[in-house]
Design a protein around this ligand. Structure first.
Ligand SMILES: [Mg+2]
Length: 270
């Protein structure tokens, strides 16, 4: 690759686990900052705003602000502004992420009349809000011709007491019932990486993506022409690595080894 000009970094499993910094991660990000290398933290998280994530990471010592963080909701807002401008959107999400949906017109339900026009149904992360009434309301809007945009298709996420069911478990039912296909905006969608690159003004061939999910972070970024770096922390499992549909350009024991890789790449590309 050419000289590294920008780095995209997944948060959970790369910089932190349960919001606690992984060993050496703070120091490694400080070195990127000191070198003046543009970076963005990219996450499918739908339960927190960029400001809240930035606050949490800053508390843990990471040199970041809200502008350095791109969440699936923030990327979805950019996608909606570009592909569905001025659309009236119905949001179904667990957690209040409205402040990250800049420029998106949200139709408030259930206050609105049930037949109120909705152009796009936007599905975020699952939670107790995904009850029968809410899902049926979404189904009715889809039947009436509303488009379906989903922030991701994750099947579950890890909580302190086990795995919890996520959006990917509900989405196929809605798609089949309403005979529509969701436009997915979060990782591993190309739209996600394209928006992140545009945010940094970066060229894919000069960008690294560092993640612990070989498919959603690494192989998906490589499909967009980005150099994929897998870390052996977070959800990394040797068997998932072996069975993956692609091969990372680089594999690191942890994010702490990234400055070393960057040095190596800058000497080898002259
Ligand atoms: Mg991760």
């Amino acid at each position: 690759m050419e000289q590294v000009g920008a780095v995209l970094i997944d948060i959970d499993g790369v910089l932190t686990v349960s919001w606690e910094p992984l060993p050496g991660a703070v120091a490694a990000l400080e070195r990127l900052c000191a070198a003046g290398l543009p970076f963005a933290l990219v996450t499918n998280t739908t339960s927190r705003t960029r400001a809240s994530i930035a606050g949490r990471l800053a508390e843990a010592g990471f040199p970041v602000g809200a502008d350095d963080i791109l969440t699936a909701p923030a990327i979805t807002a950019a996608y909606l502004r570009e592909h569905h401008p001025r659309a009236r959107c119905l949001l179904l999400n667990a957690g209040d992420i409205r402040s990250d949906l800049t420029g998106v017109t949200l139709v408030d339900e259930p206050d609105a009349a049930p037949d109120r026009d909705v152009d796009v149904v936007v599905i975020g992360g699952a939670g107790r809000e995904f009850d029968y009434a809410a899902l049926n309301r979404v189904f009715r809007h889809l039947q009436r011709g509303a488009r379906l945009v989903a922030m991701h298709r994750n099947l579950y996420w890890r909580t302190a007491d086990g795995l919890d069911l996520d959006t990917g478990a509900f989405l196929p039912g809605l798609e089949r019932a309403a005979r529509v296909e969701a436009e997915v905006t979060g990782k591993p969608a190309e739209a996600f990486f394209a928006t992140a690159l545009a945010h940094l003004g970066a060229d894919p061939s000069a960008t690294l993506m560092v993640g612990d999910d070989i498919e959603s972070d690494v192989v998906a970024a490589q499909r967009c022409g980005i150099t994929g770096v897998l870390v052996r922390t977070g959800k990394y499992l040797p068997e998932t690595h072996r069975a993956a549909t692609g091969k990372p350009n680089h594999v690191l024991d942890s994010f702490a080894a990234l400055p070393g890789l960057l040095e190596h790449l800058s000497t080898s590309s002259g």
